[in-house]
Ligand binder design. Sequence first.
Ligand code: FAD
Length: 327
Amino acid sequence: MKTLVIAEVKGNSVKKVTLELLSQAKRWGAESHALVIGSGVGQLADELAAYGAQKVYVADDASLDKYLTAPYAQIVVDAVNASGAELVLMSSSEMGKDLAPRVAAKLDTGAVTDAKTITLEGGQVKATQLGFAGKVLNHVVFKNPQHKVVTVQPGTFELGEKTEGAKAEVQNLAMPQVDLRAVIKEVLKETSEKIDLGEANIVVSGGRGMKGPEGVKLIEQLAETLGAAVGGSRAVCDSGLMPHTCQVGQTGRVVAPQVYFAIGLSGAIQHLAGMSGSKVIVAINTDPDAPIFNVADFGIVADLFEAVPILIEEFKKLKSGTAAAAR
Ligand code: FAD
């Protein structure tokens, strides 16, 4: 089956989620194509090739510097037509979620967003997707035999081995003639140096059990020690203890890191909808009956104000031990 991975770019490099999707296409043994859109992005073809892209389509134009729905959607469709791809894969990012339904509509097919699993059987694509805040698991197949559009969260697929020096055939795509309808004047973003929640291997999240700024500081210190991103429950974001950009859950970010620390949060179904795809879940809660322990791989029944400082100390010791061993 021919796959087309829509690359996401941050700064001068390809986002990890794109490389995870290419790694998975390679694992399937699929004919793997990639599309990169932006300004000055042509040089990223080698990185895409290193993770399995056999052919890279490049739409490189100064006007494509910032994501814009109409031209991006048309370029994806042009790349699908040029490549003959049946399965179009993209990240469940803001861009992917905006793009997927539009591309699907143009290709007269459906789009599955936030797929938990994707299987290719006998030329058919089957995907699973959580519904009703994680209460049901939908099994989805596509009616359209020709085109399928699927988005997945970062961390859903393992990153494969990089093949240094791999080269892909590169094809440049022309700028489409589309009615822009809207232009982006300015992008306002948080001027934070913090690790992006969606891309992080480790996420440390705090809930109402943090009680106030002192508790938040502890969560941030643990995250810093581990090189992790900071997350939170809706309760703490709504109360202003943490910014809404940190919110994990049904109405916040969906994350699937290698390790997720759920600290002083109860594990409401709406929170689980955003983090149950994590590989390993560690919960700290004073209440042994807190629902979070039902999904946790490791549970610590303790006051976070006692447990977290111990964890910080122990992880620091481990890190300095590793650094000393490396010297
Ligand atoms: P609580 O439920 O109050 O839990 C606090 C936990 O901290 C308790 O389990 C307690 O035992 C523990 N605790 C207290 N003190 C300590 C201590 N010192 N040490 C250790 N543990 C301690 N929620 C989200 O998170 N994300 C969403 O996206 C989201 N979307 C929603 C959408 C809708 C439509 C609705 C209705 C709700 C949504 N919610 C969401 C809210 C959700 O239902 C819960 O209210 C919320 O997740 C609870 O947050 P919490 O776990 O921080 O607080």
